[in-house]
Write a protein that binds this ligand. Structure first.
Ligand SMILES: *Cc1c(COP(=O)(O)O)cnc(C)c1O
Length: 220
């Protein structure tokens, strides 16, 4: 099937409240344009320079999501245009995003990435780090970021029960935090689910799925 056909067939299965991020990392512009021409306007990339270069070359009504791990020293390259940063996993990073957003006179939407997988290697905050971040006065004074949700990645395994347990854990944190709403902290987005596990993620309450290979084909 073509990229457009893949995209549309996935879109047709998604419930109305679930947003599709087309993960286009490593793929060339013509592939992204095929998805664009089929109506897709949200693209996810995991490298800042690659996202910047694609942003420069592509139509300006695209919303660019940074889904990868972000190095603090590269934040400034995406602050003029990024629409949502999924992988905010430290206070230091959040401070830098706030600082660069201020320079650009913007308020940038961010998701806090939670560590839900068993693997040590996956990035993310644990419960304690999340609580201390939210409680800090420094966080409460940040005016140029808005936390709009949480993001998480399940363990890379075939064990559906385990993946489900991890997604349910993230959903329970998301639900618990609903009572703490402020102007800069309003959790509406739960970003979980990729090509292999997005159906399960939706069953567990995902509102945003990040799908790459099932749309664009495998990556090298
Ligand atoms: C690459 C990537 C995806 C998409 O993965 P697929 O399995 O190709 O759908 C989703 N989320 C993150 C954070 C990624 O890095």
């Amino acid at each position: 099937m073509s990229i457009a056909e893949n995209l549309l067939s996935i879109k047709n299965t998604l419930p109305e409240q679930v947003t599709l991020v087309a993960v286009s990392k490593t793929k060339p512009i013509p592939d992204l344009m095929e998805a664009y021409d089929a109506g897709q306007r949200i693209f996810g990339e995991n490298k800042i320079q690659e996202m910047e270069s694609k942003w420069e070359q592509m139509p300006k009504d695209i919303q660019w999501h940074m889904i990868g791990h972000v190095q603090t020293n590269k934040v400034k390259f995406m602050t003029p245009f990024v629409s949502l940063i999924h992988g905010v996993d430290s206070f230091k990073l959040l401070k830098e995003i706030n600082k660069q957003a201020l320079k650009n006179n913007r308020v940038i939407d961010c998701l806090l990435q939670m560590h839900i997988a068993e693997e040590e290697t996956k990035f993310g905050l644990d419960d304690e780090e999340l609580n201390s971040l939210l409680a800090s006065s420094e966080f409460q004074e940040m005016k140029n970021i808005r936390i709009t949700g949480l993001m998480g990645m399940a363990t890379f395994t075939d064990n559906k029960e385990q993946i489900k347990k991890e997604f349910m854990h993230l959903k329970s944190i998301f639900d618990k935090l609903q009572i703490q709403q402020t102007d800069s902290f309003q959790l509406t987005t739960l970003s979980m689910g990729m090509s292999g596990d997005y159906k399960l993620a939706i069953e567990c309450g995902s509102t945003m799925v990040r799908i790459g290979s099932s749309i664009f084909g495998g990556r090298n």
